[in-house]
Design a protein. Sequence first.
Length: 292
Amino acid sequence: MAQVSIGCSGWNYGDPVEKGGWVGSFYPDAQTKRLRYYSEFFPSAELDATFYQKFYSKMTSGTFYGMVKATPPGFQFSVKAPETVTHTKLMNVEKGALEALQEFLEKISPLKNANKLGAILLQLPPSFSVNEFKQVEGFFNRMPSGYDYALEFRHASWQTEGPWEMLRHYNVAAVMTDSPDPKLRYLSDIILTADHSFIRFHGRNKGYWYNYLYEEEELKPWTEKVNKITKDPEAKRLRIYFNNHYGGKAVVNAIQFKEMVEGKESSKKEKDAKEKILDALAKATAQKKLPE
């Protein structure tokens, strides 16, 4: 049986709920130590800030050492690779993409050294098509071993057997996603290409994806998929992250989905957190401070 961890894509949403942040919905106030508080509810988090150069350039290994200290034993971070690797250098080893990845892995090494590193998420640009197959393969052939890599396709042309075989060869997880893009529906199918799996819930809004609250009926098919994945004899780890972060909706759905997957009620603390977020969202919407 694969070990399942459910969490959110990010935790450092410091704006008030009226502006889509988590203060006043999930976090009690602006002074709350967010990561420490978040880790009381979830065993894992996806860190996306590393993708953006404007944030990543200011990070040092000390940033990640601080994250280690702020979280309990067993907590894990799945970390998104910098845009330099996937978007600027387009995973092209001749353009220095490999060196950029190695620099990134060195920077986040405190997480790995403390056994708190989950997966390395490589998200391709929406325009990056299967025509670049050889480029990706060349990158995989030389990237450092000893990590759980996960690749998120965002172009419809990758829906063919060749990419899945490539990922299996290098033990790279194909990221499964739930999103409003009809061209990416194939990524909602069960795709097992490694001994670890990765699922991201982006929401289903056609405009701003991440301002969306899933209904239980929308999540039910995914519980069946999770059940099938965990029963696969080769599956060791399944990481699931909710990226519909607006106003704390990801927290609500992550707690809800955990309850559905495990088949048991949430703790009182989790129920109270969920109700508090829903109340805050309802009040902000009623006051026309949040879009409906």
